[in-house]
Design a protein around this ligand. Structure first.
Ligand SMILES: [Zn+2]
Length: 680
């Protein structure tokens, strides 16, 4: 190997490389580049894991893959391609999720260094915890457009991936999505949920029917139906009486996915029902139900070429044509799958994307919300974020350089590196952090006795929600156990069926009220966490819950502002004002499957210091601190927002509903379209 020619690498490093064993997590944009670099550097033993398969749209930047590999396992093809550079390397490829229970702490302990090349937060959090447990150094990396970041995570020495709460995730209350949408994004989220109800994996939270539990409408429903309001919704609903339990998929199948029948149900009957919840419309413009027949479709007269005009806003009739067409296509795609399998929504899948664009816009017409072109809907619905081959390549190069330092035990030199869009005044494109950032003493993962406060309406949150939304989705546990500390009452058990009876109860039903301490434990992650409950009375549209890692955040906001002001000059070493109070900018999530970026610059944000060039990263962070971690909660965010702060640091808000390659296996609905939109 070239790297083993004398003088290319120091002899001591060559020796270290020869005796090392590495794990690469992810074989996408960054993972392919890392694997290529490792193989060319002479690393003898590498394992690589990714559960995704190769998409056509990956080929513009994941250069270990070619046209003939589309549909095949990323990790396995990456292995085969890399072996062509150096057949002597021992590469083991896993087509699997790193979060699977096969990969416990002992698996991680086998490696000298773990290199993350992931695209989603859940997997990143998980690998972070496993590496902390196994005490293996982790090199974490991410890119977003022209920005990139590489950092070392080493237990006790540096901050961990979860030392800083991630940026607020845009999310919407379920009742807004189902009952009272007011923005295009609400319609798009609803349309994606409708897709899943009809063709995809169904999730309770993604129900698209009118929400009778909406607190704003509830009293009225009870009044008008003598306390038995739910039955009025849909007479066909069985005795459990809850519209949420209507099996939309079965109903659609029974109706052979007939466009008129489905259209009338979703856009007429359901809207009529919403209108009957008159409390909702006292201060809002009521929706207008639309009947299929009223659209006067003359399908054979309509020139369907408009479907390809991605920047045009479709008329109602055009939306109806697309709706009808997509139903047919998606039905066929669904029938091709094995019984019980479902389609996965993908913005690059023509009928799936068209379906969401059409349904979102029909709902837009109904609620008089601004309609959006297919192009705009795609950018909003697809959590689209840029993926640029060169950024990935540079980032992967830095990852391997950091790996060299770790192997030579030069951990103090492994400062985080940020890649910028433009050179800074010192002509740096790759800007290193000035210091290794120490662990946050308030971190709810790597601190000695991690604890958080959970601000929540204990009279509104159910145990199931607490487990799914707080523990699993937000705190990233896999299979938690929870007991009430003072009483030893088991609230949630990881043993199947043991605590199912609690799921429907409210926290307050189980005496989980203000001040109660819960002990949570995830055996697989070897992770224990204390949760102190802080009750709040949640209003409609309030965030359902808030995770607070630093007790200082429970103080009034003014006090916090003072705190930020007074400590704005330090470099992050002040333990009393550790990073958990701030949302440190970090490139969190990159989806290697995305080709296009939507970046919202916050250049006008007055809170960002103009002299940020001279500020340390931490100063910039403090100045932009919003002190809040929001849950992804009931509804699902579909918008990813990128805020650029002085180009050094990028912060990405994103949703967890995107199935990254390590989260779920994808079933393609069809071949993705080839059109790749250039960014520049
Ligand atoms: Zn930490």
């Amino acid at each position: 190997m070239a790297a083993f020619l004398d003088g290319v690498l120091p002899a001591t490093l060559q020796e270290k490389i020869k005796s090392s064993k590495l794990l690469v997590v992810g074989a996408g944009g960054i993972g392919c580049e890392i694997l290529k670099n490792l193989v060319l550097s002479g690393f003898p033993e590498i394992e690589i894991i990714d559960l995704d398969t190769i998409d056509l749209s990956n080929l513009n930047r994941q250069f270990l893959f070619h046209r003939e590999h589309v549909g095949k396992s990323k990790s396995q093809v990456a292995r085969e391609s890399a072996l062509q550079f150096n057949p002597d390397v021992k590469i083991k490829a896993y087509h699997d999720s790193i979060m699977a229970t096969d990969y416990g702490v002992n698996f991680f302990k086998k490696f000298d260094v773990v290199l993350n090349a992931l695209d989603n937060r859940a997997a990143r959090n998980h690998v972070n915890r496993m590496c902390l447990n196994a005490e293996v150094p982790l090199i974490e990396s991410g890119t977003a457009g022209y920005n990139g970041q590489v950092e070392l995570i080493k237990k006790g020495l540096t901050q961990c991936y979860e030392c800083t709460p991630k940026a607020t995730q845009k999310s919407f209350p379920g009742c807004t999505i189902r009952n009272t949408p007011s923005e295009p994004i609400h319609c798009i989220v609803w349309a994606k949920h409708l897709f899943n109800q009809l063709f995809g994996e169904t999730v309770d939270d993604e129900d698209i029917s009118p929400d009778v539990a909406d607190p704003e409408a509830k009293s009225e429903v009870e009044e008008s139906s003598n306390g038995d309001g739910e039955k009025k919704i849909d007479e066909t609903v069985p005795d459990d009486g809850n519209v949420v339990r209507v099996n939309t998929r079965q109903w659609a199948k029974d109706n052979n996915y007939d466009a008129a029948t489905l259209f009338n149900k979703f856009f007429y009957d359901d809207i009529k029902y919403l209108l009957s919840m008159s409390n909702l419309w006292k201060t809002r413009k009521p929706p207008t139900p639309i009947k299929w027949d009223s659209i006067l479709l003359k399908q054979d007269e309509l020139d369907t070429s408009f479907v390809r005009q991605y920047h045009k806003i479709w008329s109602l009739a055009e939306c109806a044509v697309v709706f009808s067409d997509c139903l047919k296509n998606l039905k066929v795609n669904l029938e091709k799958l094995e019984e019980g399998d479902s389609l996965v929504w993908d913005k690059d899948d023509q009928p799936a994307m068209d379906f969401v664009a059409a349904c979102a816009n029909i709902r837009g017409y109904i609620f008089d919300i601004l309609r959006k072109s297919r192009f705009e809907v795609k950018s909003m619905a697809g959590n689209i974020i840029p993926a640029i081959a060169t950024t990935n390549a540079i980032t992967a190069g830095v990852v391997v350089l950091q790996t060299f330092k770790v192997l030579q035990n030069e951990l103090d030199k492994c400062k985080s590196v940020y890649m910028r869009l433009r050179p800074n005044p010192r002509q740096q494109l790759l800007v290193p952090e000035k210091f290794l950032t120490p662990p946050n003493p308030n971190c709810y993962v790597c601190a000695a006795d991690p604890a958080i406060h959970l601000r929540v309406d204990t009279k509104k949150m159910h145990i199931k929600e607490f487990r799914d939304e707080v523990l699993i989705k937000t705190l990233n546990m896999v299979n938690p156990d929870v007991i009430v500390d003072a009483k030893g009452v088991v609230v949630i058990s990881s043993e199947e069926g043991e605590t199912e009876c609690n799921e429907g109860k409210l926290l307050s039903d189980m005496d989980i009220v203000d001040g109660v301490l819960l002990k949570c434990d995830d055996f697989f992650q070897n992770y224990e966490l204390s949760i102190i409950i802080v009750h709040m009375d949640a209003e409609r549209d309030d965030t359902m819950f808030e995770v607070i890692a630093d007790p200082n955040q429970l103080k009034p906001k003014e006090e916090n502002a003072e705190n930020v002001k007074s400590t704005g000059k330090d470099n992050g070493n002040d333990a009393s004002d550790g990073p958990s109070t701030s949302k440190k900018a970090r490139i969190n999530d990159v989806d290697d499957d995305d080709d296009l970026c939507v970046i919202e610059d916050d250049d006008d944000d007055p809170s960002i210091p103009r002299n940020a060039e001279n500020a340390t990263a931490e100063e910039v962070i403090k100045a932009t601190d919003k002190l809040r971690v929001q849950s992804p909660e009931k509804s699902v965010a579909t918008k990813r927002k990128t805020t650029t702060i002085d180009d050094d640091i990028t912060e990405i808000l994103d949703s967890d509903d995107e199935d990254g390659p390590t989260q779920s296996k994808r079933t393609r609905t069809s071949e993705p379209e080839t059109g790749i939109i250039n960014i520049d």
